[in-house]
Write a protein that binds this ligand. Structure first.
Ligand SMILES: [Zn+2]
Length: 75
């Protein structure tokens, strides 16, 4: 699995992560279901990686979020 921090979406809280996943449906129009979550530390910044599967067609995907701003504030 490749990791490209330039593709990470900056968010201020976990709710925004799920809102983005909901607002970006599968190409078939189906909804994503989150199947995995991982906290990543890359070059001093924190990222949250969500693995998803489409509930309609079974396609899988990955969303990458830049959570450095709020993760540090919480820590
Ligand atoms: Zn689908």
């Amino acid at each position: 699995m490749t990791f490209d921090p330039r593709e990470a979406i900056p968010v201020d809280n976990v709710g925004q992560e799920y809102a983005h996943v909901t607002a970006t449906p599968c190409a078939c129009g189906g909804c994503w279901r989150v199947t995995g979550q991982a906290l990543l530390l890359h070059e001093g910044r924190y990222y949250d990686r969500l693995e998803v599967v489409c509930t309609r067609c079974g396609e899988t995907g990955v969303f990458l979020f830049d959570i450095d701003a709020f993760f540090r504030a919480r820590a």
